[in-house]
Design a protein around this ligand. Structure first.
Ligand code: LLP
Length: 423
């Protein structure tokens, strides 16, 4: 569920009309509903009941500082995968940070050790050695949670499936005990947890049940070796709805399915949701620049491009599109496309929409996660503004870029004498 609704045919985010926001801030425009975002967080947290738990929002889904501050204010932590995300989380006031990712750089490890963290989600022996070396040099103890690769099929798009043994992620279960023994004997490493992350947009609870069972088996074997962990981290990956009537588990269902098996382990459970919290809290409002009839198709060329939202081009993602103002009448099928010079700059094909006019506003749904966070300046286009709505108020939480921003780090060098270069 979300708090985007229609009143007399006009789309609203909570109590604010999307037309008004587009007039005020221009398009393309990312608009977020605070109530939707907070609702999902609270629903997920409540589902744990009396099981000790924490929610670490996955900053890669959306790293807008204000949204991260919302998480901080709700008492949540952050799962980060780069120093940029680490710094963003800290700047937003996040107290507890997990550093995940298969390729942490030495400077990132050093900064996190100095700045403090809940644990590193470690993905290889090689990485562990480097963390130990850096911790030794700094005179620090590094908290470690091994990310297991449980070899579970998450049944999702192949680009976002991570829990299978053919993927680069995590450590094969068979090597886990040996590595934990090494960690527990090291002066500079402390075993604190065991983690998994199976993939993203996983639409059933089954893979989580299976993955958790495998994690628990290793957790128990470790107990026999007197290696006592304080955390079990089940990762993220819960789905967000992309169509109106899609029957999917909600954030609480994923947890409720696992709660019976969580009891009595004496650990804090951690989850790292991204998309399921912020996905359908965000929409992208875009304007129809041109209407065009091709050989056999009608195109609506809009002012948002794959630089604003790359998911359709990258994963064939189908984000629901609706006109901001419903005119009614007979519908026509349009390919909704962006202005970028690539055929993959297509948001949807043959989408039935009430007849469009030049200048109409369209709304793309479920873009709060991996929308703006994956945006780029491709075609030297400026990145969009972001607005957060709370009730009848709206807040600009990211200004639209300008051309100075675009060239900020570039140097214009006059290389001279180019005629001297021999071909
Ligand atoms: N934890 C770890 C270690 C992760 O790698 C991820 C996402 C998450 C948590 C959060 O997963 P979520 O709850 O959002 O599914 N760009 C892709 C999604 C990539 C997800 C990568 N890892 C997309 O647009 O579909």
């Amino acid at each position: 569920m979300d708090y985007f609704t229609r009143k007399s045919g006009k789309l609203f985010c909570e109590s604010v009309s999307l037309t008004r926001l587009a007039e005020r801030y221009g398009t393309p425009l990312y608009v977020y509903s605070l109530r939707t975002f907070v609702r999902h967080y609270k629903i997920a947290s409540r589902a744990f009941g009396d099981i000790p738990h924490s929610i670490f929002f996955s900053a890669k889904a959306n790293s807008n500082l204000t949204l991260l501050k919302v998480i901080a204010d709700l008492g949540g932590g952050c799962d980060v995968v780069s120093l940029g995300e680490y710094k963003a989380a800290r700047k937003a006031g996040i107290k507890r940070v997990i550093f995940s990712g298969a390729g942490k750089r030495p400077d990132e490890i050093e900064a996190a050790l100095k700045g403090g963290l809940e644990f590193f989600g470690v993905e290889s022996e090689n990485e562990l050695e480097l963390i130990e070396k850096i911790a030794t040099r700094l005179g620090k103890t590094a908290p470690i949670s091994l990310r297991l690769n449980p070899d579970v099929n998450p049944i999702t798009h192949k680009y976002i499936a991570t829990g299978l043994k053919t993927e680069k992620f995590g450590i094969p279960a068979g090597r886990a005990i040996k590595i934990y023994k090494y960690i527990s004997q090291s002066d500079r490493l402390k075993p604190v947890g065991i983690s998994m992350h199976l993939g993203s947009q996983i639409q059933t609870v089954k893979p989580f049940v299976e993955g958790f069972r495998k994690l628990k088996a290793i957790f128990r074997l470790l107990l026999e070796q007197r290696i006592v962990l304080s955390h079990i981290d089940l990762g993220g990956g819960w789905a967000a709805p992309f169509t109106k009537n899609q029957k999917l588990p909600g954030p609480s269902d994923y947890i409720k399915a696992l709660v019976p098996q969580m009891k009595g382990l004496g650990v804090e459970f951690i989850v790292e949701p991204g998309r399921s919290l912020v996905g359908n809290a965000g929409v992208l409002v875009t304007k129809v620049i041109y209407l065009k009839t091709g050989y056999s198709r009608k195109f609506a060329i809009v002012d948002a491009g794959m630089n604003d939202l790359i998911r359709p081009a990258l994963y064939d993602a189908d984000h629901r599109i609706e006109p901001v103002l419903l005119r009614g009448g007979r519908s026509t099928k349009y390919d909704v496309v962006g202005p970028i010079c690539e055929s993959s700059d297509t948001f949807s094909k043959k989408t039935a929409l009430s007849a469009l006019h030049q200048g109409d506003l369209l709304c793309l749904f479920t873009v709060g996660a991996y929308g703006q966070s994956m945006a780029s300046n491709y075609n030297s286009r400026l990145r969009s503004a972001e607005v957060l709505v709370r009730g009848n108020r709206d807040y600009l939480i990211r200004e639209r870029e300008n051309y100075t921003d675009l060239w900020r780090k570039q140097k214009l060098i006059d290389l001279k004498n180019l005629q001297k270069i021999k071909p």
